[in-house]
Design a protein around this ligand. Structure first.
Ligand SMILES: [Zn+2]
Ligand SMILES: [Zn+2]
Length: 441
């Protein structure tokens, strides 16, 4: 099935849910920018507001505006002239508002992560639909509803809307900076552990799980991984497959009604580093780069647990996890973001000892099923080979993530989301801290 098959209708699924996605058009092809005028006409829009930054304007924005005008479409536009990286913060949102042309009936973002977040937020707030013309296959946030902004120096995610159309011109994407293509590939490889984490929680917590959604993501993941050499070389068709996987990650999340199909403990590590870099005013790393590094570490944890020789009997003997100094530790590791993390645990109660007792019984009982999930995850060595082939980073130190920050992430990143993953399973088994020490010692 191609992406078009998932759009514009509802699937009545055996999992009990009706799967649906708001996106109406996904165009991934060479020369796709030329299609934007037709898509606008089909959707009945007359006056697009095109948003880009200096890089994306050069790569695609300029050409897009010229093409639209050639087709007789009046265009409003704004280009961010920021030196260095554009940050999706209060200032950028304000700049968009100051330059917005009233009367425009649709916003068209030209860019990747940052522009997508800004345009998604802005269009939602002014009550207009938006399109995104991708400039790089660098992350899986194109087809999602969350806009991640930096507010008061803290990352804050607002639930907004999906794009009406996603346009990915492979002549643009395949010439994107190599590290951005590699980052997108790493984000896709992270689905191995995301899907395994989801399965673990379905077994241990009876969490909602859909085989069909897992199948969509896994198939696309495997097709992408098989093209790693061509993706590294920037061959347009292979880059198109990668982009398809990134968009399908979003569609799968929409189908599941949460981020489970695309985001697990590898993403939690990435979020943790993102928070710390931000609080320490260090320049942000690409999302996919952090996810790739996280995936290597998480597969290592999967492997350690698989080889630990546990059985149902030994699991029943596990002693109760220690949590006396938890709040203090959260303040020490999350700094200004600590109150939010503490509030999250107050509602999630995943470290509550009664909940732990309940889980440990299930873990002991269903250990053979859990072991089968541990067996299914590729080894850290396989993941490292995949990532390096595509030009990804596997060594945290290479991008400024110290061993101490790795250790802290392994122990505390599970607190950034209320989702059950391998990290919480290791906590349940009293193995999280010893394994974190082993990986960083
Ligand atoms: Zn389903
Ligand atoms: Zn991601």
């Amino acid at each position: 099935m191609g992406i078009a098959d998932y759009l514009g209708h509802t699937i009545q699924c055996e999992c009990g849910k009706q799967h649906t996605v708001e996106i109406q058009t996904v165009e991934i092809s060479r020369g796709a920018l030329e299609e934007v005028a037709d898509i606008l006409k089909k959707d009945g829009f007359k006056y697009p507001f095109v948003v880009s930054d200096q890089n994306t304007y050069r790569a695609a924005g300029q050409r897009l505006v010229a093409q639209l005008e050639e087709q007789g479409i009046t265009v409003g536009s704004h280009m961010f002239r920021t030196e260095g990286d554009l940050v999706p913060d209060e200032e950028a949102v304000g700049e968009l508002l100051l330059n917005f042309e009233p009367g425009c009936d649709v916003i068209v973002g030209v860019g990747s992560g940052t522009i997508n977040d800004l345009v998604r937020f802005f269009s939602h707030r002014v009550g207009l639909p938006y399109y995104i013309a991708a400039s790089a296959p660098s992350m899986d946030g194109y087809a999602s509803t969350g806009a991640a902004l930096i507010v008061n120096r803290l990352k804050t995610t607002y639930t907004c809307q999906m794009p009406r159309a996603i346009v990915a011109d492979l002549d643009v994407l395949s010439t994107a900076p190599k590290e951005m293509i590699a980052a997108g590939f790493c984000d896709v490889v992270g689905k191995y552990t995301a899907l395994a984490d989801w399965r673990l929680s379905a077994i241990i917590n009876d969490e909602y799980y859909c085989d069909r959604v897992v199948d969509i993501m896994r198939t696309s993941l495997e097709q992408t991984v098989a093209l790693k050499d061509d993706i590294a070389e920037g061959k347009p068709d292979a880059v198109g497959k990668l982009m398809e996987a990134l968009v399908l990650a979003g569609i799968s999340m929409s189908y599941a009604g949460n981020s489970r199909p695309a985001s697990g403990s590898e993403h939690h590590l990435s979020h943790f580093w993102e928070i710390r870099f931000l609080l320490e005013s260090k320049p942000a790393l690409l999302h996919g780069t952090k996810v790739g590094i996280g995936t290597v570490l998480i597969t290592r944890l999967y492997q350690l647990l698989q080889g630990a020789g546990l059985n149902s009997e030994s699991i029943r003997q596990v002693s109760c996890p220690q949590r006396e100094n938890w709040e203090e530790e959260i303040h020490r590791t999350y700094l200004a973001a600590a109150p939010e993390v503490i509030a999250l645990e107050e509602s999630a109660q995943k470290n509550d000892l009664r909940n732990w007792e309940q889980r440990i019984r299930v873990i002991a009982e269903r250990w053979p099923q859990i072991l089968a999930v541990l067996d299914s995850v590729p080894s850290d060595h396989e993941i490292e080979t995949l990532l390096t082939t595509a030009g990804g980073v596997v060594n945290p130190a290479e991008v400024g993530i110290s061993a101490d920050l790795v250790r802290q992430a392994l122990i505390y990143a599970k607190e950034v989301r209320p989702r059950y993953t391998i990290l919480q399973l290791l906590w349940d088994l009293n193995l999280l801290v010893p394994y974190a020490e082993r990986l960083t010692g």
